[in-house]
Design a protein around this ligand. Sequence first.
Ligand SMILES: [Zn+2]
Length: 379
Amino acid sequence: MRPPRVPPPALTAPRPAKLPRARGAPPRRRRRVCVLFALPFSWLIATLLPLPAQHPPVPPPVPAAPPAAAPAAAHPADQVHEQGRIRVFYQTSGHHAVDAGDANANGVPDRVEDVLTQALAAQKLWIEALGFPDPLASPRFAGANRIHIYLRHRADLPTRRDRENKSPRALNGKAYSAVARHRLDGDPPGSGCLQIRISSSIRASRGQTIAHEYFHLIQYGAFWFRPAWLLEGTARWSEKGLGEGALGPLGAFEVWPPREEEIAVLSRLDYSAAPVFWNPLVHSLETGGDAPLPDNAAIRELQTWRYTDGQPVLKDPRLTGWRFMRRLFAELSAAGDAALREEGYTKWTLANQRSPRNDPHILRAIGRALGPDAGNPGQ
Ligand SMILES: [Zn+2]
């Protein structure tokens, strides 16, 4: 399902018209990000996005996360592999079957073990080690006490249109933002779960799909805003949490505060908002190189974890920007209350969650998370 075409977001406070800064003119006070990439933001966007050469109409908005309604979960052929608060549902024959390889001969396919391992690792990293809000403790998800991960044939996963609105492509994973009532025998009455669907062909040891989807659950529990440039951009950033390296590609020269025309482009990005906006932004906060993860017991334990093929689950103890991102999630949570009031929403419908009217609220929350010296967007 695709949302209707929406106009570029407008800042709530009217601003005087102004011309773009001319080449050679004194720069505004903006956060400088990477001198190696001394290129205008607009040039970078034009490079990353195959926009037409003339006055670029911005591409149609990419659908934000599909509706909160969770898919039919239970399947009679499902088997369950679980630990703690996370269950993986899988099948060993038929359409949804996973690779049956079981090198450690413990009766559970290695692919399934690795999916559970990455989900548990994401939980340990984000919640226990870094102090991000636990989605299972969010008031929004009251009644949910487990996370269910369903391994399903990729053809049965939702699709997403790319930025150029070409043919839809199947996702490798999808997290849902509603409490579902899928109980197993022995579960307390009324207990609920949060749901993730993952392609049954995923090899967790080779990517960060499960951790990416887990990060979406953190987002859903922490704040209501749902633009793709925020949800997918920061989820893509988060893949370096367990993944190799401290930060993904850096694209922009100056990103903060963004000008109005930059905000209009940013609001139409999804995953690419990570290299264009989020990565340069958090990079600018680091003065001493890549940021280490904290040296705490959870991180030390994670460093001992291995996938079934022996690869480490935590590739390295570095992640640039995690403190900022944690502050931002708290600011976005508070900003939701203000947006509800100031935009006249009666409740957080899906349309309200996706509305471009939220962008100024999100941008102000970023400014607050950056600190009082960061400047204001659109100036
Ligand atoms: Zn995503």
